[in-house]
Ligand binder design. Structure first.
Ligand code: ADP
Ligand code: MG
Length: 376
């Protein structure tokens, strides 16, 4: 078992006594390319990161215990706390006709919270995999992901696409995951960064995503109106030819979505050919499109991308919805400290907040261990 999983088992035993029946863990994720394409029925290409949330579960009373927050919550009603995520998963199972009955669970993890690395999907995915096994449901990973999305959308009340839950449940180590957000088909794409001596550096600009909700909703509705101008269901179906029939904001937003979908598919080919330089150029092009056409970048995100470029990064772009949050760079491992230092300096010179950095390798998705024993 991983350290995080052992910690969850230990927390369970200390809190409830006895050993849990199962332990599951699930990772956070970053999106490599394919931004603002999900709600247009398009393509995304995330990979799981080597930071996870683990849950140890067993049948019986006792509630939900978070070792990280050191608090116990009842399974019952929503209360706008962390416990809404596991509650939401149990609720969504109930909605599918699978009553969870009484179970108890202990959680712990090391996915940075609220940084855009999707700790929320990690806690949902770990809970779903554990409950599925505890109840002997035998649901597929895809169905579990859809169930987790339902928990987040309809129980917790956060509108989000399917990417985070798919990545957390379906990613494989040393691979990215191509997701078709319309058909919900997914397939692994090789991404062996270790073999290529490359690293993925995430820069958290620590900018409050203040305008994020309004900006995000605006973009979504412009995409919908552009699709309807073109007489299409979703912008996924639009082609470059169609752009001639659009103008103003509809034109700019649609141009990003159309070109971004094409870039994701081209990026998959580049990865299949092990051509990281080509992949990196697509990352830079994605950033430019998000900055100029979709207009969701910030001076901080642009500064990170430019600093990374000046210091020899293979590729860099903002990741997530924009308006703050995180950017990523793909770069030779030996360069990563230099880029981080240079970026800290550029941020200080510009009077930006001091950024936080994380470095990841593409990790494996959610995993389950039966009858775990504690190794204290
Ligand atoms: P993100 O998904 O980008 O990390 P969200 O705001 O969607 O940010 O989700 C963060 C929330 O997920 C936290 O506020 C907390 O409620 C829950 N969460 C994350 N990590 C943990 C954890 N280790 N234990 C319990 N709850 C967690
Ligand atoms: Mg989240």
């Amino acid at each position: 078992m991983r350290e995080t999983e052992q910690k969850a088992v230990k927390a369970y035993t200390e809190k409830f006594g006895g050993a849990p029946e199962l332990v599951a863990s699930a990772p956070g994720r970053i999106n490599l390319i394919g931004e603002h394409t999900d709600y247009n029925g398009g393509f995304v290409l995330p990979c799981a990161i080597d930071r996870r949330i683990a849950v140890a579960v067993g049948t019986g009373e006792g509630g939900l215990y978070s070792a990280d927050f050191d608090e116990t919550r009842e399974p019952g009603e929503r209360d706008d706390s962390w416990a809404d995520y596991p509650r939401g998963v149990a609720w969504a199972m109930g909605e599918k006709g699978h009553e969870t009955g009484s179970f108890r669970a202990a959680f712990t993890g090391d996915v940075p919270l609220g940084s855009g690395l999707s700790s929320s999907a990690a806690i949902e995915a770990a809970t779903a995999l554990a409950l599925d096994a505890l109840l002997g449901l035998g649901m597929s990973r895809k169905d579990l992901a859809v169930l987790c999305q339902r928990a987040e959308n309809d129980y917790v009340g956060v509108a989000s696409g399917i990417m985070d839950q798919y990545a957390s449940l379906l990613c494989e180590a040393g691979a990215a995951l191509l997701v078709d957000c319309r058909s919900l088909e997914a397939k692994s794409v090789p991404l062996d960064l270790a073999a290529a001596d490359l690293a993925l550096v995430v820069c958290d600009t620590r900018v409050e995503r203040g305008l994020a909700d309004t900006g995000y909703n605006d973009r979504r509705s412009t995409c919908e109106s552009a699709a309807s101008t073109l007489g299409l269901e979703e912008l996924r179906e639009a082609t470059e030819e169609d752009l001639k029939r659009l103008s103003g904001e509809e034109l700019k937003r649609a141009r990003h979505v159309i070109s971004e979908n094409a870039r994701v598919l081209e990026a998959v080919e580049a990865l299949n050919d092990n051509d990281f330089d080509h992949f990196g150029r697509l990352m830079y092009a994605s950033h430019a499109s998000l900055r100029d056409d979709y207009e969701v970048s910030t001076p901080e995100l642009d500064t990170f991308v430019e600093t990374a470029r000046q210091h020899g990064a293979t590729g860099a772009r903002l990741t997530g919805a924009g308006f703050g949050g995180c950017a990523i760079a793909l770069l030779p491992k030996a360069q990563s400290d230099r880029v981080k230092r240079a970026c800290k300096r550029s941020f200080a010179d510009a009077d930006f907040e001091d950024p936080a950095f994380y470095e990841f390798l593409p990790a494996t998705g959610a995993e389950l261990t039966r009858s775990p024993s504690v190794q204290v």
